[in-house]
Design a protein around this ligand. Structure first.
Ligand code: SAH
Ligand code: F3S
Length: 432
């Protein structure tokens, strides 16, 4: 009987892919069956996020609960960004944890899994040419890393401290990995990096000249691959050449994440984001001009230190002007190893909370208008998941979530679908 693995993945898409990589590596040594039931597990992994404080605080209570309910012989591993930034402290505070593996050390999972109290958290370890084993949660859609780490120093963000300096993965390896996924059924790839359009600024042990636009061009030549998505790009690196490629390359899905963080030029400066309110709006306008069908999503932080009412109004103004289809909004959370945590003009939590509520309420209205206008529209939907009650789900090229009545025959197919019912989060459709 194979051993059972319970793995909880928190945080971003990069963590989801790191979990797949760990499963692949473990499986190469001895097969593991994934279980949703903690009590059955021989190995428990918590793949953590440390971008905001709350999930970190939750980690230790969760370890306690897991320790109480697990089989006595089961091991617990803490991996990911919180592992990187707390390291040995995790074992000191929770001795029931067997090993700690940082976000930049995923390839070492088989080394630490049988070593009591092993801690591997170095952030200068170069995994950029490591050939991971194959494991994909969804065979129709592949996630592929194109870079590791992040070279920016946004003053609110802990990621550079947990994932280290940015290194691009050689384009040949990326293309190889996508080809492998296409052979096993993937028509769509999601390219992953903390700052994808900074691709090619630095490679590790190899020498190569290839920027993000050129990488997209190489990838789009892969036969059998029909859709390319990527997350997350940085507004600062959205030059015209890149936007033109985005707009004109038919394989690139017309959905783009343009993380704003704040609409106030002075706060953007404090955040060290490298662009102004006007630059940001200009990039979104360029996208809309060259590619009117594109949907734009964003990340916004409210209550960053020193945020005045006027600063926040600037953020609301960008929301009105760009009308983001999707908004991921957060209350600022001071993080260790970040500059902004030391700023002496922290904002009252209730003020930040009220701003967040207002921002989200206005976005909801905008989203409702956008979705209502979708009635009777026809989209090409790529179906990738069976749902209960005879339904199948998939996404349109521009990233909208669709549900139709259907069976597994639809899985892996791209089909024209007409919208028959709209709601905030998803659209119901029929095949046409
Ligand atoms: N470039 C990364 C960003 C990682 S963090 C990416 O690929 O997504 C994801 C988002 O979390 C950021 O865009 C930001 O909006 C939010 N975030 C980061 N640090 C934060 C903090 N200290 N408080 C609140 N939100 C934060
Ligand atoms: Fe974080 Fe800024 Fe990099 S948000 S991940 S430091 S681009």
């Amino acid at each position: 009987m194979s051993k059972k693995l319970f793995i909880e993945t928190l945080g971003c898409a990069m963590n989801v892919r790191d979990s797949e990589h760990m499963i692949a590596e473990l499986n190469q040594k001895e097969p593991y069956e994934i279980t949703e039931n903690l009590k059955d597990a021989d190995l428990i992994i918590i793949n953590t996020c440390s971008v905001r404080e709350k999930p970190v605080a939750k980690l230790f209570s969760e370890i306690g609960v897991f320790n109480k309910h697990k089989k006595p012989s089961a091991k617990i591993g803490v991996t990911g960004c919180t592992a990187s930034h707390l390291g040995e402290e995790i074992i000191r505070r929770a001795p029931s944890v067997d090993f700690v593996l940082g976000a930049r050390n995923v390839s070492k999972i088989t080394e630490v899994v049988n070593k009591r109290h092993a801690v591997e958290v170095s952030t200068d370890f170069d995994e950029s040419t490591y050939a991971f084993g194959e494991y994909r949660t969804n065979t129709f859609k592949a996630m592929v890393n194109i870079s590791i780490g992040c070279d920016k120093s946004c003053t609110f963000c802990i990621v550079p401290a947990t994932r280290g300096d940015e290194i691009s993965i050689p384009s040949e390896l990326i293309v190889q990995e996508i080809k492998k996924a296409v052979v096993t059924g993937a028509k769509e790839v999601m390219l992953l990096g903390q700052n994808v359009n900074n691709y090619g600024r630095r490679f590790g042990s190899t020498e190569e000249q290839c920027d993000f636009t050129q990488l997209l061009q190489k990838i789009s030549k892969i036969e059998g691959l029909e859709r390319i998505r990527f997350t997350s790009p940085h507004p600062l690196h959205m030059d015209d050449t890149f936007i033109q490629e985005f707009a004109s390359n038919p394989k690139i899905c017309k959905q783009i994440h343009v993380p704003l963080q704040s609409g106030s030029t002075s706060l953007l400066k404090e955040m060290k984001r490298g662009y102004t309110k006007e630059n940001f709006i200009n990039r979104c306008e360029k996208i809309r001009t060259l590619c009117p069908e594109a949907t734009i999503s964003t990340d916004i932080i409210v209550g960053f230190p020193g945020e005045s009412d006027a600063d926040f109004e600037d953020t609301m103004d960008v929301l009105e002007q760009v009308r983001f289809e999707q908004l991921f909004s957060f209350k600022y959370s001071p993080r260790p190893h970040t500059e902004a945590a030391e700023f002496d003009n922290q904002i009252d939590s209730a003020v930040a909370g009220a701003r967040l509520t207002r921002l989200q309420a206005r976005h909801t209205e905008i989203l409702d208008e956008i979705m209502d206008a979708q009635l009777d529209a026809v989209h090409k939907v790529y179906f990738d998941e069976l749902k209960p009650n005879g339904r199948v789900s998939g996404r349109s090229d521009d990233g909208k979530l669709f549900f139709v009545q259907g069976s597994e025959e639809l899985l892996g197919k791209i089909v024209d679908v007409k919208v028959i019912k709209t709601s905030r989060g998803a659209l119901d459709g029929v095949l046409v």
